[in-house]
Design a protein around this ligand. Structure first.
Ligand SMILES: [Zn+2]
Ligand SMILES: [Zn+2]
Ligand SMILES: [Zn+2]
Ligand SMILES: [Zn+2]
Length: 333
């Protein structure tokens, strides 16, 4: 992990460009309480029903129109009420209900996130170490929206729901100092309510990285995937297995196949040979390339990406992804 001082602020500002760009999108009141205090979604509301605002408790009516999605509106003007507050409250309520139910039945909640440390992505189970869940839990200076509680009564993770802005840096620092994993959902529209129901939840921030650190720069390294898929030799048109390395942080050109990559690729039917070249300066260098077993033609580095890997992804070829270890995009390790 990055050091504390180096950590939160910078990572967060790097992580949130899309969110910032979309701010200002209109938020509608898409949830309200009915007369018996149950949360009702606007799609399920009855035209003549009586509803109450989640934020100010004022009376609301159901609205449907051709141009706008179903929502609620205050019956009387409510100048101090905001749809952001109602969305925050509604999402938190939904998520809390879902977590309680899953804990009760022993189910997992799968999460997938883009990692601010290694720039790759991770999968996990939100409830891994949790046996209980609390809303608005008092935790020192903070009151996280949702706290997941472990067997010993300790806080094993906190979840913050924020609407239209990033989490406060002081809050992040606090959790970091206490080594409590921090998870955040950043909502920009009432349509984000659906994210509380998703089979695999995608929080915007998860302050956890599983990957090892680079021995040179101490940053967490993204995974390296060895791809193997079917292709055709561009010289003799024989079918051949193609191997390529793809970094989890993007489609970087990871230049060198190591011996273990080659062994793995060969096991899956590819053929990788070493090519020697001499530069104009007279300097001799070598690189490792996919080679056709029939005619010995090789696939150059650019060709591999442009004519093979990209095409395989675009056309949806079956691609076998094998564990190629880790790499450092900063040091090129
Ligand atoms: Zn209100
Ligand atoms: Zn990571
Ligand atoms: Zn490094
Ligand atoms: Zn060939």
């Amino acid at each position: 992990m990055l050091s504390r001082t180096d950590g939160s602020g910078r990572i967060y500002s790097e992580q949130l460009p899309e969110v910032t760009a979309q701010m200002g999108k209109e938020i509608l009141y898409s949830l309200a309480n009915n007369e018996s205090g149950q949360l009702i979604k606007a799609e399920a509301a009855q035209r003549s029903g009586i509803y109450f605002c989640l934020s100010c408790n004022g009376e609301m009516i159901s609205r449907r129109g051709a141009r706008v999605r179903p929502h609620f509106a205050h019956k009387n003007i409510s100048p101090n009420c905001s749809p952001e507050t109602a969305l925050h409250y509604g999402f938190k309520k939904f998520l809390h209900e879902r977590i309680s139910k899953s804990l009760g039945s022993g189910e997992q909640i799968a999460i997938h996130w883009k990692c601010g440390y290694c720039s790759g992505s991770h999968d996990g189970n939100l409830l891994k170490r949790a046996v209980n869940v609390e809303e608005e839990y008092g935790l020192g200076l903070c009151r996280p929206d949702i706290a997941l509680i472990g067997k010993e009564g300790n806080v094993v993770a906190v979840i913050e729901v924020v609407v239209s802005h990033s989490p406060e840096e002081s809050t992040l620092e606090y959790y970091k100092a206490k080594s409590i994993p921090f998870i955040s959902f950043i909502l920009i529209s009432d349509e984000d309510l659906a994210r509380a129901d998703a089979d695999i939840m995608s929080p915007d921030v998860v302050d956890v990285c599983y990957n090892p650190e680079c021995p040179e720069c101490d940053r967490n390294m993204p995974r390296l995937n060895l791809l193997v898929f079917d292709g055709t030799c561009s010289k003799c048109f024989s079918p051949m297995k193609i191997a390529a390395l793809r970094g989890d942080a993007g489609y970087e050109d990871i230049s060198a196949f190591t011996d273990s990559h080659i062994a793995l690729a060969v096991k899956h039917g590819a053929s990788i040979e070493t090519i020697y070249k001499t530069a104009r300066s007279g300097y001799r260098y070598s690189f490792k390339v996919n080679t056709c077993k029939i005619c010995n033609a090789f696939i150059g580095r650019d060709e591999l990406w442009v004519d093979y890997v990209r095409v395989a992804y675009q056309d949806g070829y079956p691609i076998t992804e094998l564990d190629g270890g880790y790499y450092c995009p900063v040091c090129g390790q």
